[in-house]
Design a protein around this ligand. Structure first.
Ligand code: F6R
Length: 600
């Protein structure tokens, strides 16, 4: 989704801003722009399309030590040069970039800005026009900025410059992420630390409804009532090299290959000196005090939650419900007496999940966030956090975060079970080690999955994934991976459900990818495969060693029956990757999608 950068210092800001925007490209965007300022005024460059297109129109000869930049993912108004940020006030004095959604923008336009001619269709332009209006009415810039913020409803991360003062960037945040980075004689602004790791690893978190006056020497955080807030910077743990592709053609392939290593890192991170798995006692107490766990998440993280439900119910014997975040707030189920909420989110910034967190906090319930990003909004605002230790995930299609989420959920269920005196007949550390080795074997079998992709998916317009029990959940994830990056219409179904309607879609040659990793449903899923084959489907059965049959296309190395999703998803990730590649799709940046979905 949208990204923000800003720089104020002694160097030329253009290159720093453009490099920063490039680091945010993975989040998904459709246009981009920068505004740079020196003592002669402000120059804006913006373009629809990629940062490379923007780079091509930036005038090399402009030297400016202050600037702001933006990548836009359209919400209000089509993707276009006009709607791209930065936006300027009517006189051109104020220039602003914004992430988020101003929900009351049309009301504000009617009430305050009847006489102003708007240039764009965006909600953002209201903000910059309001600031100018209040300055024209006699407020100083800081007062006008503050007054405008107090009128806004919705989410925003904002950076603004004033053509009459090239020594300041005005910054504000509510619900959308924003950080201020600290340097030696310069300071920066970024919606994601990654954008500015090129110049600093020291960042200050901003809280909702705070504004910041940033100069090259100082950062002054204030609440909207003007009260100054002191906050120390933290060191961003991300290594700049973690976000490079290295020799890989795509981040997605790199991240698929990283999964065995991530498993090993997780085992290490959650082991104590005696080699036992361990989790903060407060979290285990919260699990044990709850009579029902509610897992809240979106997309791939929701699919990981479905697998997590199996772990928590089977190992720890606590009932679990899994909900799509965007539905939960509007259709809240009858809650149990002592619920515990678990939020699963790679980014820790997903607005739909955050909206649920805000609601359940208001109701006084405890919450745990499982995330890849320390210090993210969902992590800060929940009572407890468990980290994924997966390293930055850059490709829009989530891969290593999914398996990391499942592994952390397995550890949580396992440690909770032990704390309840439940005897488990397997050693999870050993089993996760076996999983890591099996993942490695699968990552070494890429040619096989490339062949499957070209055989089954090169010319098809649709594809079905079927499975039973936990294989059904992995099928949902396989379908999501395939559709989001290859644009093939793909759906996952419970094997037994097809004959209740969907089987009508099966035609000669329709690819049906079936997972068979569970002994108790092995025969029934094979029965479902026969049903679709009888109607012309082209089946691709992926089974597990010990359950294989001669009709199977690929046999996975054997792992513990509960942990099969950690390995069965890898062929599906790779098949989706190669299908997208064969169709010449932009694997890492699929159309219309954003990495971190910060609007509801
Ligand atoms: C799909 C994908 C998305 C995310 C979803 C939630 O590959 O990445 O479906 O899983 O947008 O994002 P997080 O996990 O950051 O809350």
């Amino acid at each position: 989704m949208c990204g923000i950068v800003g720089y104020i210092g002694n160097n030329d800001s253009k290159e720093i801003l453009l490099n920063g925007l490039e680091k945010l490209e993975y989040r998904g965007y459709d246009s981009a722009g920068i505004a740079v300022m020196n003592d002669k005024g402000v120059t804006v460059f913006k373009e629809k399309g990629r940062i490379a297109d923007l780079r091509a129109i930036v005038d090399e000869n402009v030297f400016a030590q202050t600037g702001i930049g933006h990548t836009r993912w359209a919400t209000h108004g089509v993707p276009s040069k006009v709607n791209a940020h930065p936006h300027q006030s009517a006189s051109g004095r104020f220039t602003l970039v914004h992430n988020g959604v101003i929900e009351n923008y049309s009301g504000l336009m009617r009430e305050y800005l009847q006489d102003v001619a708007f240039n764009s269709d965006t909600d953002t332009e209201v903000v910059v026009q309001l600031i100018e209006k209040f300055v024209n009415e006699g407020l100083d810039v800081e007062e006008a900025f503050r007054k405008t913020l107090s009128l806004l409803k919705g989410s925003y991360a904002i950076a603004m410059i004033d053509a009459e003062n090239d020594q300041t960037i005005y910054v504000a945040k509510n619900k959308s992420p924003l950080l201020v980075g600290i340097g030696d004689n310069f300071n920066v602004v970024a919606s994601d630390a990654m954008a500015m790791l090129q110049v600093t690893n020291q960042f200050i978190e901003l809280m909702d409804k705070e504004m910041v006056i940033v100069t090259k020497e100082n950062v002054t955080i204030k609440k909207l009532d003007g009260q100054v807030v002191e906050r120390k910077p933290y060191t961003a743990e991300v290594d700049a090299s973690d976000i490079e592709k290295g020799t890989y053609p795509h981040y997605m392939l790199k991240e698929i290959d990283e999964q065995p290593l991530v498993m090993r890192k997780i085992i290490q991170a959650y082991q104590n000196e005696a080699g036992e798995l361990t989790i903060d006692q407060e979290i285990i107490d919260a699990m044990n005090q709850s009579d029902r766990v509610y897992i809240i998440a979106c997309g791939t993280s929701y699919h990981a939650g479905l697998v997590g439900k199996q772990f928590i119910e089977r190992m720890a014997k606590i009932p679990v419900e899994v909900h799509v975040a965007s539905e939960f707030n509007y259709n809240m189920p009858l809650l149990s007496e002592k619920p515990l909420f678990i939020f699963i989110s790679q980014s820790g910034e997903t607005a739909d999940s955050r909206a649920v967190l805000v609601s359940v906090k208001e109701l006084g319930y405890k919450s745990l966030t499982i995330t890849n990003v320390p210090g993210s909004t969902l992590s800060r605002e929940a009572d407890y956090t468990l980290l994924l230790h997966a390293g930055p995930e850059i490709a829009v299609a989530s891969t290593k975060a999914y398996t990391a989420q499942i592994a952390v959920l397995a550890i949580l269920a396992n440690v909770t079970a032990k704390s309840r005196g439940i005897d488990l007949d397997f050693d999870l550390v050993k089993e996760l080690g076996i999983v890591a080795n099996a993942m490695e074997t699968l990552c070494d079998s890429k040619e096989e999955f490339e062949k499957i992709a070209s055989e089954y998916l090169t010319f098809t317009r649709n594809c079905f994934f079927i499975g039973r029990s936990v294989d059904y959940y992995v099928g949902l994830e396989g379908a999501l991976k395939l559709k989001e990056i290859s644009y093939i219409q793909a759906e996952g179904f419970a094997g037994g459900e097809l004959k209740h309607g969907t089987i009508a879609l099966i035609e000669d040659g329709t690819p049906v990818i079936a997972l068979a990793t569970q002994e108790n449903v092995n025969l029934s899923i094979r029965g479902n495969v026969k049903e679709v084959v009888a109607r012309g489907a082209n089946p691709c059965i992926i089974s597990m060693k010990g359950l294989e049959d001669e009709e199977d296309r690929f046999v996975l190395p054997e792992v513990h029956e509960l942990l099969t999703p950690l390995v069965s998803v890898i062929p599906l990730q790779l098949i989706a990757y190669y299908a997208a590649l064969h169709r010449e799709c932009d694997v890492d940046k699929p159309r219309n999608l954003a990495k971190s979905v910060t609007v509801e």
